[in-house]
Design a protein around this ligand. Structure first.
Ligand SMILES: O=C(CO)[C@@H](O)[C@@H](O)COP(=O)(O)O
Length: 232
């Protein structure tokens, strides 16, 4: 029900300041409501301290507001383009978390250097190009979404559910809003590790692919055995 989804989206947004992923109002989380197909997103520029479930804005995939009296997040069109292109994505998070955004500002990927990364992201997290002036003038947020969609086209987006946008910040994806925030939190931690690792050893190489495969697949592969699911 939309009412429950609004609560989930509020809670997911409140994780951002709680986990040091945002300052002020710099971030947003949304979720696709599975009953209606509508997208629920936080309002733009409202302090996390005062945000309520009823402040969440409900839109259809064309951006028409279905419920809500506040303006939706300024990044709404980016979220909508991703939802339209990838039915498996039901949660999206956008942050400017310090270490991951430092990679975005440097125009560098977050490379797969260790098992912490490989447990959640299958390969490097890419950094996508800056938009052209024409794209920004025409429709900044929609074109941001289209650049993301173009990058993941034909791939399984939830196998590597994060992207950097050069000169901007981070988008992460998930099976719901909370999952997308979890990925943003893991990415920030991995980015912090990479800053240190690349400082200690600027020549550091990517991890071997067999180690990357082992870690990713033992958690997410068809025979996954990590945790309390299936026995090895
Ligand atoms: O990227 C930016 C600003 O550069 C925005 O995502 C961020 O400030 C959050 O905006 P909203 O409050 O979601 O409109």
């Amino acid at each position: 029900m939309i009412k429950d989804t609004k609560i989930k989206v509020l809670e997911a947004n409140l994780y951002l300041p709680k986990h040091d992923l945002v300052k002020f109002t710099w971030g947003n989380v949304s979720e696709r409501d599975l009953d209606t197909g509508y997208v629920v997103i936080k309002p733009s520029g409202v302090s996390y301290d005062n945000m309520k479930a009823d402040d969440m804005v409900v839109l259809d995939l064309n951006g028409k507001i279905i419920e809500g009296s506040l303006n939706p997040s300024s990044d709404t069109k980016t979220h909508l383009e991703v939802y339209k292109a990838f039915p498996e994505v039901n949660g999206i998070c956008h942050v400017h978390s310090t270490h991951a955004t430092a990679y975005a500002q440097a125009g560098k990927p977050i490379r797969a250097l260790g098992t912490t990364h490989a447990d959640y992201f299958y390969g490097d997290v890419s950094c996508l190009r800056v938009l052209t002036k024409e794209e920004i003038d025409e429709d900044y947020e929609r074109h941001t979404g289209l650049v993301i969609v173009d990058h993941f086209k034909g791939s399984k987006i939830l196998e590597n559910p994060a992207i950097l946008l050069e000169g901007h910040g981070v988008f992460t994806f998930g099976k719901d809003a909370k999952d997308s925030v979890f990925h943003a939190s893991v990415l920030e931690e991995v980015a912090k590790m990479n800053v240190l690792t690349e400082t200690i050893n600027p020549e550091v190489k990517q991890m071997p692919s067999y180690l990357k495969d082992k870690h990713y697949l033992r958690k997410h592969g068809k025979d996954a055995y990590y945790g309390q699911g299936k026995k090895k």
